[in-house]
Design a protein around this ligand. Structure first.
Ligand code: PXP
Length: 244
């Protein structure tokens, strides 16, 4: 039987980061979206941060008009952003923790401490028929809580694995942690996505994990795009997934 391949969802936040460096209009995120999709992206992902450091509210309305693949909106558990999400109606909301001073999303949601807050937020999203995923660490207890509070889908944070030297003992142990967490979540009936810090070098071992739904990859693709162009940067990751 053919192995199911994970979908490649390209996070284009950093196209907007470059644009916001001059507060202008280029590079154009709509054009970037079309190029990603033509190059084989199965989805486009953006994070509307509370501080609006890259993606802006107006971008979501522009993207809604053009995205033909899967549209994922990453967001904190904020009522202000939920109001916007309701108008956009993306395919998926990925709820992430957000700290003002962080460079990127550091770690997953702390469901052990924030169980009530995230449960209430999920209920609000479900009230509007929005599909939601929780961005969490590959930790079995956290996965159990995600399941218990009604999530149908999770994204496991791969940042710790990605920060290890390739093929180091630490990397192998983190990889094993992600595999164990993913298998555990699937047994509970959860769909499993992965993301954070993934690149051409560290992705191959990740692709051995069975039945992953989506891979959300941003920084490494946009960084490669600066050197070899966006379509080529998307295509090389897509090819790696297809050939796994
Ligand atoms: N998944 C989630 C939930 C994220 O917050 C991010 C970063 O915005 C990513 C995936 C993509 O991470 P990276 O840019 O390191 O590929």
């Amino acid at each position: 039987m053919l192995k199911k391949k994970a979908l490649l969802c390209v996070n284009i936040d950093h196209i907007a980061t470059i644009r916001e460096a001059r507060k202008g209009v280029e590079p154009n995120i709509v054009e970037a979206t079309l190029l990603c999709e033509q190059a084989g992206a199965d989805g486009i992902t953006v994070h509307l941060r509370e501080d609006r450091r890259h993606i802006q509210t107006a971008d979501l309305f522009a993207l809604k008009e053009v995205i033909k693949s899967r549209f994922t909106l990453e967001m904190s558990a904020s009522d202000e952003i939920l109001e916007i999400a309701k108008k956009i109606n993306p395919h998926l909301l990925t709820i992430v923790p957000e700290k003002r001073a962080e460079l990127t999303t550091e770690g997953g949601l702390n469901l052990k401490e924030q169980k009530d807050k995230i449960t209430n937020f999920l209920l609000k999203a479900f009230d509007f028929s929005l599909e939601a995923s929780l961005f969490i660490e590959p930790d079995l207890e956290t996965i159990e809580i995600a399941h218990e509070i009604g999530a149908k889908q999770i994204e496991l944070h791969t940042g710790k694995y990605a920060n290890c030297s390739i093929n180091s003992l630490e990397a192998l142990s983190e990889l094993q942690r992600i595999k164990t967490a993913s298998n555990f979540a699937r047994k509970l009936g959860l769909k499993v996505n992965l993301g954070h810090g993934l690149n051409l070098q560290n992705l191959k071992p990740i692709l051995q994990i069975k039945d992953l739904e989506e891979l959300h990859i941003g920084h490494s693709i946009i960084a490669r795009a600066v050197l070899i162009g966006l379509p080529a940067a998307v295509k090389e990751v897509k090819d790696l997934i297809q050939n796994s």
